[in-house]
Design a protein around this ligand. Structure first.
Ligand SMILES: *Cc1c(COP(=O)(O)O)cnc(C)c1O
Length: 371
């Protein structure tokens, strides 16, 4: 099926959409024309047909196996990105006049706060940690956050994609308050403690393939008790009841996520990716820390993200030179987010160790020429 000539691929460190394994892309190319010998491509199959039934069931099973997701959690594929969930979560779980906790650890959690306030104007969105005061260089340490007793839930972002910080352990909500987690940039990059969570969601374009879809993993008891009446497309419970196909779902994105789950299982699963991600991160942080201050990490040591490594050079002119020369060396997507500046190397599950090594050797070479 595939051409014998290997395709031109460069190292893509983009924060998202981001690199997808060639094995998955090659499979998708075949499936576009003829899915599983049916003579019909994935884009053309009915979402009510037997082929799609099987594909959807397999995607759900692989997801559960990969993530070791307990049975009391529903696995949903919902159209729209993480930003859509920023609205749907308060609409489903935050009653009028109630309070939810939203520690602000960066751009994405800040956007979630704005959307929650717009979704339920009569509710209180409490911000028990305001990371902006610290330039978002860390997530709350023990004692740095005061959660609200009796809150409807606590929403947090486990891996902060822009500044490159991470919660090593989930934050402590007040007793009995459910934890809701935006894990967009790290889902299945390390094991998740499901016992501590009520709902975990992730936009698909970082670890699961196609943009404009989200994976939502939620306790049945939570989604079956929405706090208000809502149209069906806004109700997680309805997505569960109709098996993620209330209407025509994003079938291509769901199939791609299914292939990504299978690929991650074949590669050794979540613990193996945690090991690989830690090794890639150790390589790049090692160069930053050994550069005598030439490269400076943006996040505090204690909460560095192994997935999104952010750093600066001595001047913005050097930042730009670094990004330009890296692109010419086929290391792409290294410009930092506009809110953080500097350099950001996003090394998701699909970034092989060789990619991190290529970046490491470029960084060593760059400091020799400019340090
Ligand atoms: C990328 C990202 C988002 C935004 O996802 P969209 O699909 O563009 O809405 C939200 N949260 C985090 C943590 C992200 O990394």
């Amino acid at each position: 099926m595939s051409t014998t000539q290997s395709p031109h691929r460069i190292w893509n460190f983009s924060a998202g959409p981001s690199t997808i394994p060639l094995a998955v892309l090659t499979q998708l190319r075949e499936d576009l024309i003829d899915l599983d010998g049916t003579g019909v491509g994935i884009l053309e199959h009915s979402h009510r047909g037997a082929t799609y039934d099987r594909l959807l069931a397999e995607a759900g099973r692989s997801c559960r196996a990969l993530g070791e997701i307990p049975e009391e959690f529903e696995i949903l594929f919902v159209s729209g990105g993480a930003t859509n969930q920023f609205s749907l979560i308060p609409l489903n779980f935050l009653a009028d006049g109630a309070t939810a906790d939203y520690p602000d650890t960066e751009v994405w959690s800040a956007k979630a706060i704005i959307e929650a306030r717009d979704a339920v104007p009569s509710a209180t969105i409490a911000v028990p940690f305001a990371g902006k005061e610290f330039g978002y260089d860390h997530v709350p340490e023990a004692g740095e956050m005061t959660p609200t007793p009796g809150a409807a839930y606590l929403h947090y972002c486990s891996n902060n994609t822009v500044h490159g910080t991470r919660f090593h352990n989930p934050p402590k909500a007040a007793p009995g308050v459910p934890l809701v987690c935006d894990a967009s940039s790290e889902i299945f990059g390390r094991p998740m403690d499901w016992s501590k969570h009520a709902l975990v969601y992730a936009a698909a374009q970082k670890h699961l393939g196609v943009a404009a879809m989200s994976l939502v993993i939620a306790r049945r008891e939570m989604i079956n008790k929405p706090v208000r009446h809502l149209p069906s497309m806004f109700l997680y419970g309805a997505h569960a009841k109709y098996e993620s196909r209330i209407n025509t779902p994003p079938t291509f994105a769901i199939h791609t996520a299914g292939l990504m789950f299978r690929w991650m299982i074949q590669q050794g699963g979540v613990r193996e990716f945690e090991r690989r991600n830690d090794a890639k991160a150790a390589l790049i942080y090692g160069i930053i820390d050994g550069s005598g201050g030439f490269y400076r990490g943006i996040s505090r040591l204690a909460c560095r993200s192994p997935i999104n490594v952010s750093f600066r050079l001595p001047t913005e002119v050097l930042d730009q030179k670094f990004i330009g020369e890296a692109a010419r060396a086929e290391l792409d997507g290294l410009a930092g987010h506009r809110d953080a500046g500097g350099i950001r190397a996003s090394m998701y599950n699909a970034m092989p160790h060789e990619g991190a090594e290529a970046l490491a050797s470029f960084m060593r070479d760059f400091i020799r020429r400019n340090g």
